[in-house]
Design a protein around this ligand. Structure first.
Ligand SMILES: C[S@@+](CC[C@H](N)C(=O)[O-])C[C@H]1O[C@@H](n2cnc3c(N)ncnc32)[C@H](O)[C@@H]1O
Length: 190
């Protein structure tokens, strides 16, 4: 993402205010499952932390330099670093979060990325686009994927996680594809 695209994306994030919903969902999950330490992967402009319960300990990574600069200047006291999830390692946290990120990996790569993301946390909260078929709609200039329910199950199996909670964010047509987006919370299987 170059700077021009980042500024466009940021304008959309600020306009849509989805970060408020993400923060509410994290606060809700942390209240229910007693998770305190949080790692966000693909934090974008770093809009979530200001709306989190102050008792939570938050850190984040993003692979884009413009995102990380903006996220750091909004949250100067937090640990937010430039990292590509593919080459990243982190000590265990209670909860890994990643919103609107998995959809930007190819259908070939997404299972490996999912396993990597989930490996850092006892719990993993993410959004995922689901449809009747696995498809990359190719509408964004880089991967923009939808996966079948059975593919989600396969990813969970590979990662050794099980679903403990889920909620549909929206359903209908988007990017010429009929589908939906769900929040999913998974937990490492003992
Ligand atoms: C669609 S944006 C979502 C940003 C934010 N989570 C939100 O919902 O507003 C996807 C984010 O994932 C980041 N990202 C993409 N590939 C990544 C990778 N390999 N490792 C870490 N972050 C990545 C992008 O830089 C971008 O900030």
């Amino acid at each position: 993402m170059d700077e021009k695209r980042f500024l466009n994306e940021k304008a959309g994030w600020l306009r849509d205010k989805l970060y408020l919903e993400y923060a509410d969902t994290i606060n809700e999950v942390c209240g229910q499952y007693e998770t305190r330490t949080i790692l966000e992967i693909g934090c974008g402009a770093g809009l979530i932390p200001a709306h989190l319960n102050p008792q939570l300990t938050y850190s984040a990574v993003d692979a884009n330099i413009h995102c990380v600069r903006e996220a750091c200047s909004r949250n100067p006291t937090l640990s937010i670093s430039l990292e590509d999830i593919r080459d990243f390692s982190h000590p265990p946290v209670d909860l890994v979060c990643s919103f609107a990120v998995l959809k930007h990996f190819s259908l070939l790569e997404v299972s490996t990325i999912f396993a990597k993301m989930s490996s850092f946390g006892r719990y993993f909260l993410f959004t995922v686009q689901l449809s009747d078929v696995d498809i990359d709609d190719g509408t964004e200039g880089y991967p923009h994927i939808w996966i079948e329910e059975s593919s989600l199950k396969g990813m969970l199996l590979l990662a050794g996680h099980e679903i403990v909670w889920r909620r549909t964010r929206w359903e209908g047509e988007s990017h010429d594809t009929m589908g939906r987006e769900d929040y999913v919370l998974t937990r490492r299987m003992e």
